[in-house]
Design a protein around this ligand. Structure first.
Ligand SMILES: CC(C)(COP(=O)(O)OP(=O)(O)OC[C@H]1O[C@@H](n2cnc3c(N)ncnc32)[C@H](O)[C@@H]1OP(=O)(O)O)[C@@H](O)C(=O)NCCC(=O)NCCS
Length: 192
């Protein structure tokens, strides 16, 4: 097993690998291959792979976002899950991320990976996106959960709530209460 930065010539293959796992229905992509490639060319060390005799068996793609390193994609080949490979690849990625001089790693987790990130020392934050026209007037006093950050975009408001651990019940409850069109747990880990 070998962990290393993905070679430029192997980036397309790595991208197809992660899409097969993370986007099996081939839906419209949030980060296109063009975007992946552009970021790779500025920070190739944040695009890491795990190899078994030169066969690609896992990837992590990372992007610089202000003072964060965003972990955008992580995928391990089905046949190699549950044997600690994801943890090893994440350790390797974190070392590469430290070298960028940024303060923290952030990511938005898929439901089935939340426990994995908790075990790796990542802290959850509940993130809601609400269309401006749907924001309840009294949103600041709607729930006892603390809003730790709020950002406003032309189309939507984004609220960040403090969370101890990821709970689907709480996520669905707050999404409904705040009329959110999207609710997800973000995770962050300090690099210092
Ligand atoms: C999530 C994923 C990257 C984990 O990789 P992995 O190589 O299987 O993880 P590891 O073997 O290193 O597991 C590390 C720990 O997390 C736990 N874990 C891993 N996946 C888990 C899951 N789905 N649910 C609960 N615990 C999980 C393991 O039990 C292990 O615990 P331990 O250290 O106490 O033994 C991998 O399952 C995967 O590629 N899943 C599909 C794509 C995906 O969800 N990607 C993440 C996008 S945010």
């Amino acid at each position: 097993m070998e962990l290393k930065t993905i070679h430029k010539k192997k980036l397309k293959e790595a991208d197809e690998f992660q899409q097969k796992i993370l986007n099996p229905e081939n839906k419209k992509r949030y980060r296109t291959f063009g975007y992946v490639k552009k970021n790779y060319l500025t920070k190739p060390e944040l695009f890491v792979g795990a190899y078994d005799n030169n066969k690609l068996i896992g990837i992590i793609f990372g992007y610089i976002k202000r003072d964060n390193v965003l972990l955008g994609e992580m995928a391990i080949d089905e046949n190699y899950r549950g044997i600690g490979l994801g943890s090893k690849l994440l350790d390797f990625f974190e070392k590469q991320a430290i070298r960028t001089g940024k303060n923290k790693i952030t990511l938005g987790a898929l439901d089935n990976a939340e426990k994995f990130y908790m075990k790796r020392g990542y802290k959850p934050i509940l993130f809601l996106q609400i269309r401006n026209s749907d924001v309840p007037l009294n949103y600041k006093s709607l729930s006892k959960y603390k809003i730790i950050k709020e950002t406003n975009y032309s189309d939507a408001k984004r609220l960040f709530f403090k969370a101890k651990y990821p709970s689907n019940t709480l996520k669905n409850k707050l999404a409904k209460l705040f009329h959110a069109y999207n609710a997800i747990y973000l995770f962050k880990k300090s690099l210092k």
